[in-house]
Design a protein around this ligand. Sequence first.
Ligand SMILES: Cc1ncc(COP(=O)(O)O)c(C=O)c1O
Length: 388
Amino acid sequence: MDKRINVTRPSLPPYGEYAELIKGIWENGWLTNFGPLENRLAEELKEYLDAANVTMFTNGHQALAAAVRIVAGGRAKELGIAPAEAEIVTTPFTFISTTYSITEAGFRPVFADVDPVTYTMDPAAAERLISDRTVAILPVHVYGTVCDVDAFEELSRRYDLPVIYDAAHCFGVRRSGRGIASCGAASMFSFHATKAFNTIEGGAVATDDAALAEALHAYCGFGQAGGADAGIAGTNAKMTEFAAAMGICNLRHIDEVLEKRRALHETYTRILTRGGYDPATGRTFETGLKLLPEQEGVSRNFAYFPVIFKDEPTALDVMRELSERNIHVRRYFYPLTSQAAAVRQYDPAETPVAASISSRVLALPFYADLSPDDAAEIAEIVLEKCRP
Ligand SMILES: Cc1ncc(COP(=O)(O)O)c(C=O)c1O
């Protein structure tokens, strides 16, 4: 292609709308520290995400790290387990932020394998890793595909452990008519520039627990938000008014953005499944490619378009072919986070399904302004490389 196609590109609102909204910042002189735009966006997101409480953060990573520190840290204290001894059962098939949210707080990540259809943490594998040092469970709704939340709820009840969801990819997803934000002790959403909904940088924790929301709010303002010392050692992770303004504008256009993403998803799926396909598993018949499954009772947000190839050499070959045509895909997620230098002590063979998927996955270019013709051309190139 003459032009470069990247794997992602942010959605921006009309410039005039953003300019109009930030005018008020020059009038009130309020740039950060829980300003009116941040409060307004939090209220709008409560409604959109179907969440009882939403606490805004400067980015998703800080939001997740805060939830881990407070929720898992609280459980460790109750159990009398020193942080260095405390374990959190999690998945290695995710973005590195998930794992670092655990290690930064001084806890040990313990990696469970994933389900071969949804790529989300396998509850049975997670259960096998629960020990008397476990203080929390941290699954990820990978690519917007919802984890087996019923099974995790059952584990939570049986072992009296909090479940913190990394819902970074799951903006707006609903399950059985309810927002995904209501699952577990807390759910983190990322509003990074590359996500379906963005605040430039930004994130939030949604929770049904009002006391936890208050603690999170205090935490992101040095533990002293509201003027009083909340008795919690905090950090600075406040959302700015410029970020909140971007969120307010983007939320007005979210339906158009999701519709464009849905149409692209359909274009990719139509071409890549030409030889037939089973939507329940995402498996295609002619090419052996695997796409994301459709989940009964779950609304999709079309966050990403990952494709699993039959083997790693094929994935790398497709990546090379696309790159030569100025089309840039991403091995998202590769390698497993259990292989990251800062946590390297795990053998990928301990999580064979995750290791296999990670070696074979490519995320195709996917963003609202990608033209359907370009998506069709990309899909044809991929298909051509994978035909038997
Ligand atoms: C699964 C996952 N968790 C956490 C994060 C961190 O979010 P942020 O980039 O907003 O800090 C991301 C971001 O890309 C993510 O994909």
